[in-house]
Structures are given as structure tokens and as C-alpha cells.
Design a binder for this molecule. Structure first.
Ligand SMILES: C[S@@+](CC[C@H](N)C(=O)[O-])C[C@H]1O[C@@H](n2cnc3c(N)ncnc32)[C@H](O)[C@@H]1O
Length: 215
């Protein structure tokens, strides 16, 4: 793994990707981003039972933030990720005591075994190109989607109308997608795929993120 560890401004670690020349999280705060741009936007604590699709699982922060906040009876998560090197860093961060979430036992288990389950939570990680692995998922399966690829400039293939149509297919009616970008092209592609699009609260910078709802 040639990616370098970086400490973000809220003291949570992330990595800088040598392949994409971008950090995996905003340097203004990785923990803050996972909480405020993803689990808070969809209101994870309001669900009693929820199914989550974590697109671009990486260090698993978006799933971990949701697990830490969840007080309901059942949460199921499917994570899609293509790069094992970053998943292995979950193990290193947990072992060094730097993983910034309480659910580190579950997350280290996911990183080692590809899955974790207990009486409340189940998490399954599917490795491979998300454009392919998403095709294995059934229609209308998810209440919530965390959409967190590298930027549209660096990773355009995960921000296309075609990919958003697949995401739309696997979401339940009324399901919520959260993403950090508010770029025009992203919103146009979400709308073309059928989503209703709104601003989310800005975090760490002035631009808002985006929520897409399946009508
Ligand atoms: C911005 S990072 C995601 C950060 C992550 N949510 C976290 O909490 O660490 C983008 C992630 O997308 C992954 N990725 C890039 N292309 C992909 C693809 N085609 N399919 C699945 N994952 C991909 C990268 O390996 C990286 O882990």
C-alpha cells in the first residue's frame, strides 16, 4: 500500500490515495464528514429497521458512523469496494487504537472476514468494481445509500446517469441517497436517473452536499 496516512483537522486519520491523488476524506475532518454528510443527512437514528448500501466502503467510516448512532432493532449493510489495500488499513487503525469509532470490533471483523453479524447488525463487504457488483443486488433492497467515490473529476464512472440508474433500481421507494458533491453534472445525472434532489447542510466548506430521494 503506497497510500499515506494523513491526520485530518478533527484528529481522525484518513489516507491520501497515490492512484487518485486525493484524500479518502475531507481534510477538514474525516469523522465529521462521515457523521454530518452521511448518517445525519439520512437521519439514521430515526430508523428502527434499516438497510444501507455503502458505495465505496474504503475505511468504512460511513458505515461505522451509522452503526455508532443506530439505536433501532435491525441494521443491515452491504458495502462495495474495489481496493483491498484500504480495507486492510481498517485492521491497522483498529490495532493501533486510531480507528475513530466505537464499533471497531465489528469493523475489524468486516475487514478480516468480509462480514460481521450480531443480533442487531449485519455487514457484508463485496469486493470488486461497484459497476459490476451492484448488478448482483436485488431491486428495491435499500432504505439508505451512502455514495462516496473519489471526485467526479478523478472517478467519473461512479457519477454517471447509468450508474445512478443502477443505484436507483436497488433502492426502496422513498429511499435516501447521500453524497458529498453538489456539482451540476452530478445533480443532472441524479435527476436523469429519477431522483428528486435537494441540498444538504454544508460541512467543513461552504458548498452543500446532495441528497437524492427515490420518488
Ligand atoms: C473517497 S474514497 C471512500 C471513503 C470511504 N467511504 C471511507 O469511509 O473510507 C473512494 C473509495 O472508492 C473506491 N473505489 C474506486 N473506484 C471504485 C470502483 N469502481 N468500485 C468500487 N470502489 C471503488 C476506492 O478504492 C476508495 O476506497
Amino acid at each position: 500500500m503506497t497510500d499515506k496516512k494523513v491526520l485530518t483537522k478533527d484528529n481522525s486519520p484518513t489516507f491520501h490515495s497515490s492512484e487518485y491523488d486525493e484524500t479518502y476524506h475531507s481534510t477538514s475532518g474525516a469523522l465529521e464528514e462521515a457523521n454530518k454528510k452521511y448518517s445525519d443527512v439520512v437521519g439514521i437514528e430515526k430508523y428502527d429497521s434499516v438497510s444501507v448500501l455503502d458505495l465505496c466502503f474504503g475505511l468504512g467510516y460511513n458505515t461505522a458512523a451509522a452503526l455508532d448512532k443506530f439505536t433501532g432493532s435491525r441494521m443491515t449493510v452491504v458495502g462495495l469496494e474495489s481496493y483491498q489495500g484500504i480495507v486492510d488499513e481498517i485492521i491497522n487503525l483498529c490495532d493501533s487504537g486510531e480507528y475513530p469509532f466505537q464499533c471497531e470490533y465489528a469493523m475489524e471483523h468486516v475487514a478480516r472476514e468480509g462480514r460481521y453479524s450480531d443480533k442487531t447488525v449485519s455487514v457484508e463487504l463485496k469486493m470488486g468494481d461497484a459497476r459490476e457488483t451492484i448488478k448482483e443486488l436485488k431491486d428495491s433492497s435499500f432504505d439508505v445509500v451512502f455514495h462516496d467515490p473519489f471526485s467526479p473529476q478523478k472517478c467519473p464512472e461512479l457519477w454517471t446517469e447509468e450508474f445512478f440508474k443502477e443505484v436507483y433500481r436497488v433502492m426502496k421507494k422513498g429511499g435516501k441517497l447521500a453524497t458529498y458533491s453538489c456539482a451540476r453534472v452530478v445533480r443532472d445525472n441524479l435527476k436523469a436517473a429519477g431522483f428528486e434532489v435537494t441540498d444538504t447542510k454544508p460541512v467543513g466548506r461552504r458548498a452543500p452536499g446532495t441528497m437524492g430521494v427515490k420518488k
